[in-house]
Design a protein around this ligand. Structure first.
Ligand SMILES: Cc1cc2nc3c(=O)[nH]c(=O)nc-3n(C[C@H](O)[C@H](O)[C@H](O)COP(=O)(O)O)c2cc1C
Length: 232
């Protein structure tokens, strides 16, 4: 395993949580003996086209993304669809690269990303690609607010995963479990959290964002509700 392409599937591009995490995996990859990876942001049109081409040229592709509505951002789906010709390439006996994924979500529990993880594993199988595993991590949005020094443990784990990828061609199960953190809250923790989310300090943060994005007046909009009613 030597060449790696890092694909950032976040519409936020460079300043995304996905990129912050992918960058640490890349550091570990180099520490494990891999060449400096090529980094491409799918949100950039020119880089998207290059990403489609690069798929066939590298030993390993690591595709990172935020969880969007329990699935993936549209640009990631678009990218996956652009890989359709590679299924025939694999059927004809040509090797597709080893595929690894990183999915990070806003909700803290890893559980939310598990369905997407299953889809991604199946995708690797369909492409005939060796599957390196999926890094799952909740609480991703906190990375926007916390200073980098506050996440030293997470960065260290991601570097270890990068190192494993370079050395073994896949992520280690133990390290994947460790990086995922809480799989599912206990009933008590969930109840406490739902109270905490109603605290004025937390509401203030969301309200400030709504105002900043000019959607405060429309915060209770439900554009699909009438359509659902007539559909009944
Ligand atoms: C349109 C949209 C849909 C989202 N859907 C989910 C979701 O279903 N579950 C979740 O836990 N987080 C969800 N999030 C939160 C993002 O996954 C989270 O903020 C992530 O850290 C953003 O990463 P990025 O900076 O790499 O884009 C959503 C965010 C957006 C903008």
């Amino acid at each position: 395993m030597n060449s790696l392409v890092l694909l950032n599937g976040s519409p936020r591009g460079e300043r995304s949580n996905s990129m912050k995490m992918l960058a640490r995996v890349a550091e570990g990859w180099e520490r494990g003996g891999g060449r400096t990876p090529e980094v491409l942001h799918l949100a950039q049109r020119s880089e998207f086209d290059r990403a489609v081409q690069a798929f066939g040229e590298s030993d390993v592709v690591l595709l990172g993304m935020p969880l969007y509505t329990d699935a993936m951002p549209g640009i990631v789906k678009l990218y996956i669809e652009a890989l359709a010709p590679r299924v025939e390439v694999a059927a004809a006996g040509e090797r597709n690269p080893t595929l690894g994924f990183l999915v990070q979500s806003g909700f803290p529990e890893a559980l939310h990303s598990r369905l997407l993880e299953r889809y991604l594993e199946k995708l690797a199988r369909r492409l005939g690609s060796p599957y390196a595993g999926t890094i799952v991590r909740g609480w991703g949005e906190a990375l926007q607010m916390m200073p980098d020094e506050a996440n030293k443990k997470l960065w260290a784990r991601l570097r270890t995963l990068g190192e494993q990828l370079a050395r073994d061609g896949r992520f280690g199960e133990e390290e994947l479990d460790a990086v995922a953190g809480t799989e599912r809250f206990s009933a008590l923790a969930a109840a406490l959290l739902s109270v905490a989310l109603r605290l004025p300090a937390v509401q203030f943060m969301w309200n400030r964002r709504l105002k900043k994005n000019g959607v405060w007046e429309r915060r209770f909009a439900a554009p699909y509700r009438p359509a659902l009613r007539t559909g009944r």
